[in-house]
Design a protein around this ligand. Sequence first.
Ligand SMILES: [Fe+2]
Length: 209
Amino acid sequence: MANFTLPPLPYSYDALEPHIDARTMEIHHTKHHQAYTDGLNKALGGLGPEWQSKNDVIDVLKNIDSVPENAKGAVNFHGGGYNNHALFWNSMKKGGGGEPDGELANAIKKAFGSFNDFKTKFQTDSVAIQGSGWGWLVKNSSGGVQFITMPNQTSPWTRWNKEKLVPLLGLDVWEHAYYLKYQNKRADYVTAWWNVVNWDEVKKRFQQA
Ligand SMILES: [Fe+2]
C-alpha cells in the first residue's frame, strides 16, 4: 500500500476569512483532499511494488504515461488532486494579495503585458472552465510564464515529458471550493481569492523551477 498522508493546512481554517470561509476550508481539506489522498494510495496499492513504494507524487505525475493502463485514470485523478491541493493551500495566506516584484513580475509583464492583463486573463479563463478544473500560472521551458487550464484534477506535472511545465500558482474552480459561500457566482470567488494569494510562495517556486 502506498503511504501518502494528508498534508497539514499551513494556517487555521478561518485564516482566509472573509474571502474563503472556514467551513469551506475545513470540508475542502478534511474531506476532499483526504479523499484524493486515500484514492491515490488505493490506486497505487493495486499495482506492483515499484509503484506501491512511491513516495514522491510529482515523480509519479511526471511519469503518468508509465502507469499501467488499469490504474492510469485513477492515479491521474487522485494523484493530481493530491498535489494540486497541497500547492493550493501553500499558495494562499492570511493578508495575501497585492502583486509580485522581481523576476516573476518581469516574467508576467513579458508574457501578458502587465499584471492587470495577467489577472484579467487568469480570471476570465478560469471562470470560463466548463465543469470542474483548475487555472494555472506555469513556468515554461523557455524560463517564461504562461497561463493554462487543466480539466478535473489533471496536474500540469503530467505535461512534464513533452513541455517541461512547472506549476507556480493554481486556482481550484471546482464547486466544492466555493459553493457554500458563493453558490453559482464563480467569478465572485475568484475576485475574492486574489486577496489571499501568497506571492512570496509563488516567487519562490518561480526561482526554484
Ligand atoms: Fe478542490
